[in-house]
Design a protein around this ligand. Structure first.
Ligand SMILES: [Zn+2]
Length: 411
């Protein structure tokens, strides 16, 4: 891959500070070693400014700019609305038959993915390089930056909706206790007392036409979600529309952040990004198991192959990726990545180290570049077909992280 010729433009504002940083993806023939992260870190929440990240209005302006300068290559469309009325956008570039869908900020305080997506859209939409041309002709790249714009503007995990609003949308749920992933009161360091919301990444269901049933609520983490929220309904509709038009969605990536002090286990270094395939136990795919009906469609191997590709792309550029370890018994079908993998899409979770309240903008340039390299590696390997030559079982040989039971971590 001619990485030396790749030119990914930096987002000019509000990341102007980044312009002084040599770009690992800029037009230079010399490989640039990313600066080593500091040895110390803290998981203690701090009151950190978020203005250095791309906010909702800045994202909209940047999407409009990219669409304009791409001369028709990037199409920005409104796919739906958040509960508080903010528009949710898709940005599509490429006409290839392989469909690559990616979302950022489903948890609104996990922000580097949005910047990475804007950079990739800018490059893919404007570059005349052979690499970009090949990707545009083989891939349909669909980005949904800030799928949870209300949470992103509040700089918190959950969206902004009350259970009473859910009951209004779904009268059949009247009188039921709120769903288990409804955030109310103090939750994970954030105060949802005045503005409750949901962890949207537990609200998905592999049955895309599912309609909420009272007996399925409040549910548990081991059961699918219900599409109770406008944001998850929008993502479901984007996916359904892509399937209807292209036959299949080949890949889906969900961009997140995790704890601030996670280290990779090989050398104990603070990591940049961990990658994972869906948490769905193999035993449940056996006859009589709760996922038996998805046995033939579950894209487990492709998910692992894509995750390995992402790992390699980041590793090759000097970043520190790791396998995000999940116990074989871990079972969270309501995550978007789990639901979509069950119905045939290869899915990968990205977990950047540190959330806005623990690390803020520190190292966000480095993390953004790492995420970008991971995504570009997957795009390339999907484009050439090389992803299918990767041994999926080698995923388990990748360095893991020292926090070996991820179940209790914020992800
Ligand atoms: Zn997350």
């Amino acid at each position: 891959m001619p990485t030396a010729r790749r030119v990914l433009p930096l987002l000019m504002a509000p990341l102007a500070i980044a312009l002084s940083v040599p770009s690992a993806v800029a037009s230079t023939s010399a490989p640039i070693t990313p600066a080593a992260p500091p040895a110390e870190c803290s998981d203690e929440p701090r009151d950190l400014p978020t203005w250095k990240f791309v906010d909702y209005d800045e994202m909209r302006r940047e999407l409009a700019r990219i669409e304009r300068v791409s001369h028709g290559r990037v199409a920005v469309e409104v796919a739906g609305k958040s509960n508080r009325g903010r528009l949710i956008h898709t940005a599509t570039v490429g006409t290839g038959e392989k469909v690559f869908l990616v979302t950022s900020e489903i948890h609104g305080n996990e922000k580097t993915g949005t910047t990475a997506l804007l950079r990739i859209l800018d490059w893919l939409g404007t570059s005349g390089s052979p690499e970009a041309k090949r990707l545009r002709s083989t891939i349909t790249f669909v980005a949904v930056p800030k799928i949870n714009p209300d949470g992103a503007e509040l700089d918190r995990r959950g969206n902004d909706i009350t259970w009473a609003e859910v009951e209004k949308d779904f009268p059949q749920l009247a009188g039921r206790p709120p769903a288990w992933n409804y955030l109310n009161g103090m939750q994970q360091g954030d105060d949802y007392t005045q503005r409750p919301g949901f962890d949207l990444n537990r609200d998905f269901n592999p049955e895309l036409d599912y309609v909420p049933r009272p007996e399925d609520v409040p549910g548990t983490s081991a059961q699918p979600g219900w599409f109770l929220n406008p944001e998850t309904q929008t993502l479901r509709d984007i996916y359904k529309d892509l399937r209807a038009r292209h036959g299949a969605v080949d890949a889906y990536v969900d961009l997140h952040h995790q704890g601030a002090c996670v280290r990779e286990d090989a050398q104990g270094r603070l990591l940049d990004v961990a990658v994972d395939y869906p948490p769905l136990p193999d035993v449940f795919f056996e006859p009589g198991g709760k996922y038996a009906k998805y046995k033939d469609t579950y894209a487990k191997d492709l998910s692992k192959q894509l995750a390995i590709s992402a790992f390699r792309g980041m590793d090759a550029h000097g970043y520190i990726p790791a396998r995000y370890p999940h116990a074989p018994t871990r079972d969270i079908p309501g995550q978007v990545r789990s639901s979509l993998a069950l119905i045939g899409t290869g899915t990968v979770l990205f977990e950047v180290r540190g959330q806005t309240q623990t690390m803020g903008h520190e190292q966000s340039e480095r993390f953004t570049r790492a995420v970008t390299e991971g995504l570009l590696s997957m795009l390339n390997d999907l484009s050439t077909g090389a992803v299918l030559d990767i041994d999926p079982d080698s995923f388990e040989q990748l360095p893991g992280t020292i926090e070996d039971d991820a179940d209790d971590t914020v992800e």
